[in-house]
Design a binder for this molecule. Structure first.
Ligand code: GRF
Length: 203
């Protein structure tokens, strides 16, 4: 199974996915990594592992639709079975999302449906939340709103600041993303009629 990973930044989740493919936990191969930011550290990580690393700078396109068309062409040149968003920080147009319906996953740093959007850790702290975490979900046209596949919870400590809490969430991200991608690669995870299923049962 062929995976294209989209990134914008550090790429620690990419690294966890690469490791999962290398150990065989994920029965698949990452065939390309594409970043909308040319300076993303994730591109260096990909190159270090011999994975084609492509920079597609969104600032070079006149409209969001033009960027999304170029991104789609770049992805489809690698003929992926699955597109994985790993810290990809661009909102995607409905047409783009529809093209990859049921074959695009995202990771979001909150226990969805709580805290879609940005600044999730600060918002959880401001609310005095006792639990926080990360969610893997199928991507739909609703921002951070697609069917949830898997979540990882972490406790919030009394003396947490957003950076400390983010670090704790990231450790759980690196466990749950390879697991969810492995399910997909093994044919166990599907999106059917708008619902995520694992081994045929609703999640
Ligand atoms: C992760 O926390 C992810 O949930 C969020 O962006 C971060 C990406 O981190 N969407 P990295 O680039 O994988 O290290």
């Amino acid at each position: 199974l062929r995976i294209v990973v989209l990134v914008s930044g550090n790429g620690s989740n990419l690294e966890a996915l690469i490791a999962g493919c290398a150990t065989g936990e994920i029965p698949a191969c990452i065939v390309a990594v594409i970043s909308n930011r040319p300076d993303a550290h994730a591109l260096e990580r990909a190159a270090r592992h011999g994975i084609p690393a492509v920079a597609l700078d969104h600032r070079g396109f006149p409209t969001r639709a033009a960027f999304d068309q170029a991104l789609r062409d770049s992805i489809d040149a690698h003929a992926p079975d699955l597109v994985v968003l790993a810290g990809f920080m661009r909102i995607l147009t409905p047409g783009f999302v529809a093209h990859y319906a049921g074959r695009m996953l995202n990771i979001h740093p909150s226990l969805l449906p709580a805290y879609p959007g940005l600044h999730t850790h600060a918002r959880a702290l401001a609310d005095g939340a006792a639990q926080h975490g990360a969610s893997i979900h199928f991507v739909t046209s609703e921002l951070d709103g697609g069917p949830v596949v898997l979540q990882g919870e972490v406790p919030v400590a009394a003396d947490d600041d957003p950076a400390r809490l983010a670090a704790r969430v990231q450790r759980i991200e690196h466990l749950i993303y390879p697991r969810a991608v492995a399910w997909y690669a093994a044919g166990r995870l599907r999106l059917s009629n708008g619902h995520a299923t694992l081994d045929g049962a609703a999640i």
